[in-house]
Design a protein around this ligand. Structure first.
Ligand SMILES: *[C@@H]1O[C@H](CO)[C@@H](O)[C@H](O)[C@H]1NC(C)=O
Length: 331
């Protein structure tokens, strides 16, 4: 059996001519302390590089692409959650209006109000705007009582609007002008301080930032109208698994207008950017990762060899030089 094997090896003798691996002299095959030290240091760096490369491979990255949004139109979902610590629910209402002039007074899509005390704790039940008619017929004295108790209101929900420029605002439209005139004889006492707990346009995706979330505006004196100018950027989020989320990001600037005629309010004025952003998740391919691993191990192997040779060369030179120097002095 083994004889057969030997014979087979002999037959392949000619392959030796193609051997590219360098042959070292026997003397260089000896292990040395300096060689060991260099190897340990190099192994350390090699593992560091392998670790970094692996974490890059495992990481999910995102890239952004921009293009003109040719698919204008459709619907815009507005999710909001806003608290007014200084205004009771009985006077607050939500209206929306878009560029086509559709003014929906006191809209009742999917909007809820909840009374809260001055510290922001919920008082009483959640009230759907759909059952508001019976509830808002409160007497003037009742509303005044709520104001004296510093009752606030949390209003939240979802609006479906046309995907065109428009605005929605929170104002005192829930009551007639003559009621308001008696409840707020001085319009400067209408406290439009508010907290935007949440505002988004469409579905959430990993990494989405809503710049208005947590925004707090407190009026220490006087009153006025807050205006938020919002630029909505249509966004398509491409998940790693291929699913696409069709949603929006936004940027915002705001402006405060001191009390003029009429009652103060809070406006959210939005318009839609013609440029769309694609956010794509991606991962490094396995073949790239494998190539990196080979490059690191191979490269390190070569560098080690050269470092070791260099250190050996320098050491020998220094050592021999000193020896000959001292012997020359006769020491
Ligand atoms: C308006 O309400 C806020 C929150 O309750 C309060 O901090 C602020 O002092 C009030 N402003 C006025 C002018 O009463």
């Amino acid at each position: 059996m083994s004889l057969d094997g030997d014979a087979a090896l002999k037959q392949l003798e000619w392959l030796k001519n193609f051997d590219v691996f360098p042959k070292t002299v026997d003397d260089a095959k000896e292990a040395s302390v300096s060689g060991g030290t260099v190897s340990v240091v190099v192994l350390f760096f090699m593992f560091l590089l392998l670790f970094t490369e692996t974490s890059i491979f495992l990481k999910t990255n995102t890239k952004f692409e921009m293009e003109v949004d040719t698919m204008r139109g459709g619907m815009l979902q507005i999710n909001f959650d806003i608290s007014f610590p200084g205004l009771p629910c009985s006077v607050l209402s939500l209206d929306s209006m878009d560029v086509s002039g559709e003014h929906e007074l006191d809209i009742v899509h999917d909007v809820y109000k909840r009374a809260m005390d001055s510290k922001g704790n919920a008082l009483g039940p959640v009230i759907s705007e759909k059952v508001k008619l019976a509830r808002d017929a409160l007497s003037i004295s009742h509303i005044k009582e709520q104001l004296e108790r510093h009752e606030g209101c949390n209003i939240y929900g979802t609006l479906n609007a046309q995907k065109v420029s428009g605005n929605f605002h929170l104002s005192l439209h829930a009551q007639d002008f003559h009621v308001l005139a008696q409840v707020f004889p001085d319009r400067a006492t209408v406290n439009t301080s508010h907290i935007v707990n949440h505002l988004s346009f469409g579905r959430d995706y990993p990494g989405l930032k809503n710049p208005l979330d947590g925004e707090m505006k407190v009026l220490d004196q006087g009153s006025g109208t807050f205006e938020y100018y919002i630029k909505i950027v249509p966004t398509k989020f491409h998940h790693l698994d291929g699913t696409i989320i069709d949603t929006n990001q936004y940027s915002v600037t705001d402006h405060f207008r001191k009390l003029q005629d009429g009652f103060p309010a809070v406006y959210f004025i939005y318009d839609i950017s013609p440029i769309m952003v694609r956010v794509k998740q991606w991962k490094q391919s396995f073949s790239h990762y494998a190539t990196q691993l080979c490059a690191i191990t191979g490269g390190m192997y070569v560098v080690t060899g050269q470092l070791h040779a260099l250190s050996k060369f320098l050491w020998t030179k220094y050592y021999i030089g000193r020896k000959s120097f001292s012997s020359g002095l006769g020491i």
